[in-house]
Design a protein around this ligand. Structure first.
Ligand SMILES: [Zn+2]
Ligand SMILES: [Zn+2]
Length: 254
């Protein structure tokens, strides 16, 4: 086991008393990455011992606010003089990321610009890339008209694979993102009966996981409408592997 995952927020755009907005923390290969730092992620990571100064990279799936707003909070926090000379902060995200960052600079000026460290921010197309010792692969997933990526991450060429869908509808892109992953973190937003076009129902998540043939499934991004419904039963109609319904603070090896 070389990668360690923590769920910072297991909810969707509407935080509740028990579920924060999306956010994952991945540690391994000398990195501490925030995946989709939605509102509240920065504080949740700090509670796990990874404060702003320890974050080495940020991966973003798409530019809905619940999946990236704490990147602005991180850039602001890193203005504290104690972080001068820290290692570079690498940020990778979908098409549109540089425009959003440009608008933040226009609005917030120097407060979101790096002071005494390097900010390496790039839009990622689909395909493989490296981040330190980690191998990344961005996969396009269907999320309406919003450009959206899933991420696959492994340490070196042989380590176990973590796949994270971000927000996705049911379709070949979602299954391709999770193909034979050791751990597939997949969204589960909609109650049964709704069309899984931009988001997934539990039954659709089960079908995506079965088609991906992932080894383990971790469901996240629960809305208040799906919470309390028979999620596990719906997933198991199609997927027979181990399934965990994430809670805030859930941690696991990959
Ligand atoms: Zn979302
Ligand atoms: Zn979204």
């Amino acid at each position: 086991m070389t990668l360690h995952l923590a769920v910072l927020g297991s909810g969707n755009a509407v935080p509740t008393a028990t579920r924060g907005c999306p956010g994952l923390l991945l540690r391994g290969g000398g990195e501490a990455l925030l995946l989709d730092p939605g509102p509240g992620s920065l504080a949740a990571a700090a509670r796990l011992g990874v404060g702003p100064g320890a974050v080495t990279g940020v991966l973003i799936t798409h530019l809905h606010l619940d999946h990236h707003l704490d990147l602005a909070a991180l850039l602001f926090a890193l203005h504290d003089p104690r972080f001068r000379g820290r290692p570079p902060l690498r940020v990778r995200g979908p098409r549109g990321l540089l425009r959003v960052y440009g608008l933040w600079r226009e609005a917030y000026g120097k407060w979101v610009e790096p002071a005494g460290y390097t900010l390496d921010i790039e839009e990622a197309g689909p395909g493989p890339r490296e981040l330190g010792a980690l191998r990344l692969e961005a996969c396009e997933v269907p999320h309406g008209s919003t450009p959206a990526l899933g991420w696959r991450i492994r340490e070196g060429g042989e380590g176990p694979v973590l796949a994270y869908s971000g927000d996705t509808g049911e379709g070949p892109g979602a299954a391709a993102c999770g193909r034979e992953a050791d751990l597939f973190v997949l969204e589960c937003t909609l109650p049964e009966g709704e069309a899984p076009l931009k988001h997934l129902t539990a039954a659709a998540a089960g079908r995506v996981a079965a088609s991906a043939r992932c080894r383990r499934l971790l469901l996240v991004h629960f809305s208040a409408r799906v919470d309390g419904t028979p999620i596990l039963e719906a997933v198991r109609a199609a997927y027979g592997g181990p399934v965990v319904l994430a809670t805030d603070g859930y941690e696991t090896g990959v």
